[in-house]
Write a protein that binds this ligand. Structure first.
Ligand SMILES: [Zn+2]
Length: 188
């Protein structure tokens, strides 16, 4: 028993020392791994965020609140890089809808339901309480044509996140009876 404990302490000390002595090398290895598995890691991170949305958001918010000055200088530096600025503007453009498209989306929704209604939970909505949902998210190369746009309530829209219409349908079917399901508590 004591030997085991001794060995554990020794191993812990050894690996600590090893990490310390090979720091650069290990960091480089990590970096290469991250670069080679970028898509995979991003997907995993997205999945984790979707499952732990509230927890992750509040953690990030708390961190940002505690590091406000750092965030400010970080963002200033970040957008000084032209590429980052262009990317931001491009994203903004992607979220831009023309008025005639918006009019069509609202008209179609009201024509279909009689009043402004969430297409997922069928809750009637007041103007201003509605959100625009992309059936195929911009994130997954969806566009801003009116065929891709629908009216949704905030709960459904944020629960849907980056899922497509079909993925969200399947998600609802498998999670709807789950006691912790967001839709269960608030919308249905
Ligand atoms: Zn809804």
């Amino acid at each position: 028993m004591r030997d085991k404990l001794k060995r554990q302490i020794y191993m812990r000390e050894y690996s600590k020392q090893y990490r310390k002595n090979h720091r650069e090398e290990l960091l480089l290895k990590k970096k290469i791994y991250r670069e080679n598995n970028r898509e995979d890691l991003r997907r995993k991170q997205r999945e984790y965020l979707e499952l732990n949305r509230e927890k992750s958001y509040s953690k990030v918010k708390e961190w940002k609140d505690n590091n406000r000055l750092y965030m400010k200088s970080y963002l200033l530096e970040y957008y000084r890089n032209k590429d980052n600025l262009n990317r931001k503007n491009e994203l903004r453009r992607k979220h831009y809808y023309t008025i005639s498209v918006m009019q069509k989306v609202y008209e179609n929704n009201i024509k279909e339901f009689g009043t402004l209604t969430c297409i997922y939970c069928f809750t009637p909505l007041l103007f201003g309480k509605d959100t625009i949902d992309h059936l195929i998210p911009i994130y997954k190369n969806g566009n801003n044509d009116y065929e891709n746009l629908e009216i949704a309530c905030r709960v459904c829209n944020s629960t849907k996140g980056t899922k497509t219409y079909e993925e969200f349908g399947n998600w609802v079917i498998t999670n709807i009876h789950n006691e912790k399901g967001v839709l269960n508590e608030t919308a249905i």
